[in-house]
Ligand binder design. Structure first.
Ligand code: PLP
Length: 398
């Protein structure tokens, strides 16, 4: 065989690389910024992963599961104990009566829940409404499903939903709207009246809602309202979440989708062929996590409130116009006063000259010009790291 290869003529035709549906996306901005951060030894306030580890009681439960021989495929839609605790927690928060086996699907992170939902429930050429700035995987999910994105822009300073623009985005082809609350990257927590408007439009147009709630526990000065709890919405909503943010275990990739049986059928139709099942020992760890007492969440939010305040106060002192987040672990700020052409030029300067990595948010808009004055910082880092980053950012004032 090696001989045959050596003797064959070099081919003149280039091998086709990435399929058309994904070729426009390239590698994600997070991969790119993390690579540059390492290369320039910058403090990484870019990608949203904590620089501290998750709780011992969760890790120990996964270690025990490995030692106890839970090493084979799990049930396709999740181990029974995990489905049970996910449903119990959702029912307690939402006041609903979700059935753990018929309405909860455990996935490999919210990322897999998203693509399983899109592939299982959205047909090619149907339309999906995305608020922008958006978490970048949504647009790729729409593309992988062969659907059409429709954008509704959330604008500073408060990133409120513009009713006229939202109404105009709905059409006879609308299949779904994606609602991410608390919202990455703005830190916005959707208000009850905004959610009521979304609910009314979903019902009027017979559309479903896909709710990404991975930051559901990271809420500071607002109340997180679940769209699924509004009148007549549970039956047309898929609620997605995961363990990663709330338990500082982003690398575990344990997530879930909660939806009525008709919509769950679509999610599972795709999930069974994407990953089939999620890592069994980590599902056992997730059970321990979701059984954590309320005090865990209270301490978790307070620690994040302190981190947010360190970063926000530091950025304001340096001169940024900061849009203080009500939720998530991200801060958007306006960098215009520093005189850079756009967010990409500013972030390159930050990484290479200042030693701090942040994300240029133009990657989260269909028209990059909309994000060019902004920069996103993550504060899922210990307080000392945040203070060190602020210390370096002081260089911008000189
Ligand atoms: C809004 C949003 N959704 C989903 C995810 C991915 O979640 P997971 O790590 O559980 O796949 C992230 C991660 O940053 C996110 O910010």
């Amino acid at each position: 065989m090696r001989y045959a290869v050596a003797m064959s003529q070099p081919s003149t035709a280039a091998v086709r690389s990435v399929a058309d549906r994904l070729s426009a996306f390239g590698s994600t901005i997070f991969t790119e910024i993390s690579r540059l951060a390492i290369e320039h030894d910058a403090i990484n306030l870019g990608q949203g992963f904590p620089n501290f580890d998750g709780p011992d009681f969760v890790k120990q439960a996964a270690i025990n599961a490995i030692k106890d021989g839970h090493g084979q495929y799990a049930r396709m839609f999740g181990i029974a104990e995990l489905n049970r605790v996910i449903a119990a927690r959702f029912n307690a928060d939402a006041g609903l009566g979700v059935d753990p086996d018929a309405e909860v699907t455990v996935t490999s992170g919210c990322t897999e829940a998203l693509i399983a939902t899109f592939l299982g429930l959205v047909n090619p050429e149907e339309e999906v409404i995305l608020f922008e700035p958006y978490y970048d995987s949504y647009r790729a999910c729409v593309a992988m499903a062969g659907a059409e994105p429709k954008f509704v822009t959330l604008r500073p300073p408060d990133f409120a939903v513009n009713e006229q623009e939202l109404r105009a985005a709905f059409s006879t082809k609308t299949r779904a709207i994606l609602v991410n609350t608390p919202h990455n990257p703005t830190g916005k927590v959707f208000t009850t009246s905004e959610l009521e408007l979304i609910a009314a439009l979903c019902k009027e147009h017979d559309a479903i809602a896909i709710c990404d709630e991975v930051y559901e526990r990271l809420v500071f000065d607002a109340e997180h309202v679940q769209l699924a709890t509004l009148d007549g919405m549970y039956e047309r909503t898929v609620t997605l979440s995961s363990l990663g943010k709330t338990f500082s275990l982003t690398g575990w990739k344990v997530g879930w989708a909660i939806a009525p049986p008709e919509l769950t059928a679509g999610v599972r139709a795709a999930h069974q062929f994407i990953t089939f099942a999620t890592a069994t020992p980590l599902q056992h760890g997730a059970v321990a996590a979701l059984e954590a007492p309320d005090s865990y969440y209270a301490e978790f939010v307070e620690a994040y409130r302190r981190r947010r305040d360190v970063l926000v106060e530091g950025l304001e002192r340096i001169g940024f116009e900061v849009y203080v987040p009500n939720g998530t672990y991200f801060v958007l700020a306006d960098h215009t006063c520093f005189g850079f052409a756009d967010d990409v030029a500013f972030c390159q300067h930050l990484i290479k000259e200042v030693g701090v990595a942040a994300i240029p948010p133009s990657a989260f808009y269909h028209d990059p010009a909309d994000g060019k004055n902004l920069v996103r910082f993550a504060f899922c880092k210990d307080e000392q790291t945040l203070r060190d980053a602020i210390g370096r950012l002081e260089a911008l004032r000189r």
